[in-house]
Ligand binder design. Structure first.
Ligand code: ZN
Length: 378
């Protein structure tokens, strides 16, 4: 119950890449860079496990950006002559590469990260990749001439890599689709179909992360224009609920998404964002547990996975570590208070004051949650 995970990315250490940046420059090159990426991945596996995170990721330490990290492994894309393009419906400009020919994978994309995770963690492991619609929104096209065709071509490549990742022992494959709350009509017309194509034939758990973006200024300004309630998901949740994807990840901490919209995801696991990535203020375990309790009104306990709102890539490393601890400790708090409330009034009276030695279902509490009951404060 309440298995914790993260949306995907974590800050890169200063010896690997520029810090506090969404598109950081690498500090190393060649073989040194590959070693540094692996070292950073190992470091974050340890930090996640110590914080009580149960489904761990590579923190996306091996890719410069969540979309272009995949595109660099695709033939038919010109990275030499990037063009300026308004992305996410012109919310902000980005320098994007250009599709110039038929798309084909150059080889494996995330094999090293998956193998590092599988070798060094006994927990469930997750690899994230950009979803087809978000890729199409983050690249210029001079070859296919049709968004849907282009999305399906990318979906095919994502599927090839996803199947290989599954063979590497990856438990969850997540596709990131921040474009899903921008182009709601297209999501229903072809976005979900492209996503299902990317996940086709997978036996491991599949997830989609949809979101209102990192805490960068362009996103914060955009959020201000969305009004007091963000109801965009009302349009796409019913379609997502009918899709073949197992899990949906979204932001709930400090979010203006009405929590009752979660009810529209009936039948899906919900990765409930309980950590705000747009703020450096570290949540308390109590605040995390409070969001879990709210979500619990609309999502069954066994389908609720406490998670971060979004990736933490551009964040300060020390703050990210404290936020991971708050996530682990908050989920643990929610578990124990739910277990208490499920006990009958008589038994809860009888056991009042008795120290609990294990969590519900006989599972022992994560060591980290015991050790770091509340996050360190600076
Ligand atoms: Zn996100």
């Amino acid at each position: 119950m309440f298995k914790t995970t993260i949306a995907g990315s974590l800050p890169k250490p200063g010896w690997l890449a520029e810090t506090n940046k969404l598109w950081p420059t690498w500090r190393q090159a060649g073989e040194e860079l590959e070693r540094a990426k692996r070292d950073a991945t190992l470091l974050w596996i340890k930090e996640q496990e110590d914080a009580g995170i149960e489904i761990v990721t590579d923190g996306e330490q091996s890719r410069q950006h969540f979309v272009h990290g995949f595109l660099e492994f695709v033939e038919g894309i010109d990275f030499e002559h990037k063009v300026k393009m308004g992305i996410r419906n012109n919310r902000y400009d980005a320098m994007v590469p250009v599709v110039t020919g038929p798309l084909k994978l150059k080889g494996r994309v995330h094999e090293r990260e998956a193998k590092t995770l599988r070798t060094h963690s006994r927990r469930k492991i997750k690899i994230t990749m950009p979803g087809p619609m978000t890729i199409v929104d983050t690249i210029a096209d001079r070859h296919y001439g049709d968004k849907v065709k282009l999305a399906m071509a990318f979906a095919e490549l994502l599927n090839q890599e996803a199947r290989a990742l599954e063979k590497d022992g990856v438990d969850t494959i997540q596709f990131d689709e921040p474009a899903f709350n921008v182009y709601m009509d297209d999501v229903k017309k072809w976005g979900i179909a492209a996503l299902e194509r990317a996940a086709h034939g997978l036996k491991c758990t599949t997830a989609v992360h949809i979101c209102y973006g990192y805490g960068i200024k362009a996103n914060l300004d955009w959020k201000e224009t969305l009004g007091s309630e963000w109801r965009q998901y009302e349009e796409i949740f019913p379609a997502l609920a009918r899709s073949k994807i197992d899990q949906v990840s979204l932001e709930c901490m400090h979010s203006r998404v009405p929590i009752e919209l979660l009810a529209l995801l009936k039948g899906k696991d919900v990765l409930v964002g309980v950590i705000d990535v747009a703020s450096d203020k570290v949540e308390t375990p109590q605040e995390v547990a409070a969001i879990i309790r709210q979500a619990l009104k609309y999502v069954p306990a066994n389908r609720l996975y406490p998670c971060t709102n979004c990736g933490m890539a551009p964040m300060d490393r020390e703050i990210a570590i404290r936020k991971l601890s708050a996530l682990g400790a908050g989920a643990e708090l929610a578990r124990s208070s739910l277990a208490r409330s499920r006990q009958s009034p008589t038994s809860s009276k009888r056991t009042k004051g008795t120290p609990r030695t294990s969590s519900p279902g006989g599972r022992t509490r994560p060591r980290a949650a015991r050790r770091r009951g509340s996050p360190r404060r600076r």
